[in-house]
Design a protein around this ligand. Structure first.
Ligand SMILES: NC(=O)c1ccc[n+]([C@@H]2O[C@H](COP(=O)([O-])OP(=O)(O)OC[C@H]3O[C@@H](n4cnc5c(N)ncnc54)[C@H](OP(=O)(O)O)[C@@H]3O)[C@@H](O)[C@H]2O)c1
Length: 240
């Protein structure tokens, strides 16, 4: 299988890459970061491409992929932030700021859309099925929002869901071989969730390896009927 993993420094992305390599996949990994991949147990490693996620940088990565004539079975977009040194998720309206909203919206919603845009010329001529997955989150569900708070993160994942659904409808008009998945991994032990883990019982805090395994199963069993689905790690539908 040929896989493109975007946002490859993410703990979940790393687990996806390692499991892919173990099963003999060819993997192209894209990240802001320089590769610090050690050789896996199989002695293989992904082709690592650096990208700063500007439109020109995303286009440049896609040109390299086009030249390599790769044809992907899986594209997985892992980018997402919840907190940074300069901000934490907002508990109340008084904490809302435009710079926080701008940053989170750009990384969590707009960067994934730019990838789906730049990859369209490559993927619409795919001769085999491809699943495009964006890592979403249940807190992006409007129907499921009963607790409030986390304005920027919630809104960015709701926007991600709408942008991916709209792109999936457009792709579907050109090819039925590309399907979209919005995936809620559950609370996973990564730097993103670290500050918010204290009230999570150990059995509800997943390892990245468990989540990667669940995702890969769900991708391989994904129905070809719907152009897009919003599913959790159990393969159950999440309310939009
Ligand atoms: N952990 C959880 O409990 C949980 C729950 C629900 C949903 N998710 C979602 O799962 C995905 C993966 O998260 P994770 O838990 O593995 O987190 P993580 O290890 O903190 O990974 C952070 C991700 O965000 C990207 N990123 C960080 N700063 C960025 C920037 N300035 N511009 C563009 N990209 C940037 C990184 O890409 P680079 O490789 O380019 O640095 C990396 O892909 C996210 O979309 C997150 O929202 C996680």
């Amino acid at each position: 299988m040929q896989q493109l993993v975007i946002g490859a420094s993410s703990a979940i992305a790393q687990a996806i890459i390692n499991q892919g390599l173990k099963q003999g996949d060819v993997i192209v990994a894209v990240s802001r970061k320089v590769s610090d991949q050690e050789e896996s147990s199989t002695g293989t490693h992904p082709r690592w491409l650096q990208c700063d996620y500007t439109e020109s940088s995303i286009e440049a990565v896609c040109a390299l992929i086009r030249d390599s004539k790769m044809s992907f079975d899986r594209v997985t977009i892992c980018n997402g932030i919840l907190h940074q040194e300069s901000f934490s998720p907002e508990k109340r309206l008084e904490n809302v700021s435009i710079s926080h909203l701008d940053t989170v919206m750009r990384i969590n919603a707009f960067v994934p859309l730019l990838w789906v845009k730049a990859l369209k010329p490559l993927l619409r001529t795919n001769k085999k099925p491809c699943v495009i997955t964006a890592l979403s989150a249940r807190v992006g569900s409007i129907g499921d929002n009963e607790r409030g708070g986390w304005y920027a993160y919630r809104a960015s994942k709701a926007a991600l869901n709408m942008l991916m659904k709209t792109a999936a409808l457009e792709y579907r008009r050109e090819t039925t071989l590309v399907r979209f998945l919005l995936f809620h991994p559950g609370t996973t032990n990564t730097p993103l969730s670290k500050p918010f883990q204290k009230n999570i019982s150990p059995e509800k805090l997943f390892t990245p390896e468990y989540v990667a395994d669940r995702l890969m199963r769900i991708q391989s069993e994904l129905s070809s009927e719907a152009s897009i689905q919003f599913l959790d790690w159990q393969g159950e539908q999440v309310e939009w």
